[in-house]
Write a protein that binds this ligand. Structure first.
Ligand SMILES: O=C(O)C(=O)C[C@@H](O)[C@H](O)[C@H](O)COP(=O)(O)O
Length: 353
């Protein structure tokens, strides 16, 4: 029997996962998708707390990093499911960061036209963003999330203990999405987050995690398939994805959240230029992000290269780049047309910081 409803479970023990599996998937083949990191650090945790239903699960291991969100890896995973005779009743558990939940969600959504999946996000980025809202996907020819689905997991288990397995750089990558949610939500959450000098794992209590996730859930509920308003969640991402893609494979490769931090600052230059955003607010955001991501601010970009990449963004219409731009904390305008001059002028300002 397949249970289907999106369910966020905030719990430090996994007894509810065991019960869910026992009640719905006791006769199903179970798979756990991991990368090397979550294979080495997180499976053990599940084992230690005794999720007996997963004792015989097949482990599907992919290399760490964004490179695994590729058609080649997707094919190898579909083949692995086939070679284990996975039928439509199989269930895939995605144990990992955003790469694992994006990739695993996509594999589960497409294999035999869809099998059930469960997310267990282990990174901050996956907890507050990637595993929430039903976007799944892989990259194609260097374009982020070009192929994917909207599909919800049966359940998502949120356990902040996994954050202890994260290197600080990975934690800060997720922190950029926390900040983005605070910018989208309202002045009070923004001011609370803006006051934090050095973000640490201890700041992420289950209560704060719930509040940050609620920002995203509210937007997703009003526009699950991104026909309009959901685009506000893409704040910082048009330029962020372009920056991330531009440095991919170089010595200056950036994590997703680091690129989003740069994307927010660069898009804010455009917002100010278009008289949407006040200069003081823009500067405060820039200074805060610079204090959290000093190394990102040392990088210089080329406007032309970023424009070319941004032309493949999913929000564009008729070959026009569309951005979601900040007006003030709590107010984001989506669908704003941005041209190559806007981007080049913003990049000049970024390079001069
Ligand atoms: O969930 C959304 O909608 C978002 O835009 C959240 C983004 O932070 C996230 O990175 C998302 O996966 C980007 O999606 P894409 O549609 O721009 O590929």
């Amino acid at each position: 029997m397949q249970a289907k409803n999106s369910n966020l479970i905030f719990n430090k023990d996994f007894s509810q996962l065991n019960t869910l599996l026992e009640e719905n998937y006791s006769d199903s083949i179970k798979f756990i998708l991991v990368d090397q990191n979550t294979h080495d650090h997180c499976i053990l945790t599940l084992d230690q707390i005794g999720v007996s239903q997963l004792e015989d699960a097949e482990i599907l291991l992919v290399p760490d990093g964004e490179g695994s969100k590729s058609p080649e890896i997707a094919i190898s995973l579909w083949q692995a499911l086939m070679s284990h005779n996975a039928d439509r009743h199989a269930v895939l558990i995605n144990l990992g960061g955003g790469m694992v939940t994006d990739l695993g969600g996509f594999i589960a959504s497409t294999y035999k036209r869809g099998i059930d999946f469960i997310n267990i996000p282990t990174s901050l980025l996956a907890m507050v963003d990637a595993s929430i809202g039903g976007k799944t996907g892989i990259n194609l020819d260097g374009v982020k999330n070009q192929v994917g689905t909207f599909n919800d997991p049966v359940a998502t288990f949120l356990n902040t203990d996994f954050l202890q397995t994260l290197p600080q750089r990975e934690f800060m990558s997720g922190w950029a999405e926390v900040y983005k949610h605070a910018l989208i939500d309202n002045v009070s959450l923004f001011e609370e987050i803006q006051k934090i000098e050095s973000p640490s794992k201890e700041v992420i209590t289950t209560d704060l995690l719930k509040r940050i996730i609620a920002v995203k859930q509210q937007v997703v509920q009003s526009d699950p398939f991104e026909k309009g308003e959901r685009q506000i969640l893409n704040l910082g991402h048009t330029i962020g994805h372009a920056v991330e893609t531009a440095v991919l494979g170089s010595d200056h490769e950036l994590l997703h959240g680091e690129a989003v931090a740069a994307g927010i600052v660069i898009e804010n230059f455009i917002a100010e230029e278009k008289n949407l955003l006040d200069n003081n607010i823009r500067k405060n955001i820039q200074e805060k992000l610079k204090s959290w991501y000093p190394d990102v601010f040392k990088l210089e970009f080329r406007g032309e290269a970023l424009t070319e990449i941004a032309l493949a963004d999913k929000k564009n219409t008729n070959q026009n780049i569309r951005c979601s731009l900040l007006e003030e904390p709590g107010k984001v305008k989506w669908g704003i047309e941005v041209n190559s001059e806007d981007i080049e002028s913003a990049i000049k300002q970024w390079n001069a910081i």
